[in-house]
Design a protein around this ligand. Structure first.
Ligand SMILES: [Zn+2]
Length: 207
């Protein structure tokens, strides 16, 4: 991770501008007109100090490659991926670094349809069989969203996916090192949902 002054960012100086840039990239992707290729010239062009303008926290799902779906080149966004975009200290510390040290004004939490981590949580709650190992951490973190959605609701999966995004956004907004910048309006934490078949990202929360 390279140091940066946090000054001179051409786009994305504000949360609003950063969000507009990110969503514009998704529209390029969806329309089949991406402008950023992932070849070695992009690596070389970004090999100086980094000045990313957003951090996206998404799922590990192989169908949701974040740089691709937002048509972002090297050096533009920081990406964190965990199963079901579940938070832990490493994830929160990474976001705190990007916001606090790199001056990034936008954090997006991106859920997606048919998320296997949320499916696994629904199954665990329905059967009462909590998985072992560290997988239990994922299930424990997603379980409140499933319970809120209603374990017996036929639409529990899509409902829980949305609730889990919103819960993750709220948790990050209240993070010890993020709450101040968020309250001051220097940083925004927003939630989005990715549709597998169309490639579209929809904002879940206008805030
Ligand atoms: Zn997923």
């Amino acid at each position: 991770m390279g140091a940066t002054s946090g000054q001179g960012r051409q786009a994305g100086g504000t949360p609003r501008a950063a969000l507009a840039d990110l969503l514009a990239g998704n529209r390029r992707f969806v329309s089949g007109q991406p402008v950023h290729g992932h070849d070695v010239t992009a690596a070389a062009a970004a090999s100086g100090d980094q000045q990313p303008y957003a951090v996206v926290l998404g799922c590990i799902d192989s169908r949701v490659p974040l740089e691709a779906i937002f048509d972002q080149t090297f050096g533009a966004i920081c990406v964190i991926r965990t199963g079901g975009h579940v938070l832990d200290r490493a994830v929160c510390g990474s976001i705190e670094y990007v916001v606090g040290q790199l001056g990034v004004p936008l954090v997006m939490v991106l859920g997606h349809e048919r998320c296997g981590a949320v499916e696994a949580t629904v199954a665990a709650l329905r059967t009462g069989q909590r998985p072992g190992g560290s997988l239990a951490h994922l299930v424990d973190e997603i379980a409140p969203a499933v319970t809120e959605a209603g374990i017996d609701d036929p639409a529990v999966l899509p409902l829980a996916i949305r609730r889990h995004v919103r819960r993750t956004v709220r948790t990050l907004r209240a993070d010890a090192l993020l709450a101040g910048p968020v309250d001051a309006g220097r940083v925004a934490v927003v939630g989005g949902l990715y549709e597998l078949a169309t490639g579209e990202v929809a904002l879940l929360d206008p805030n």
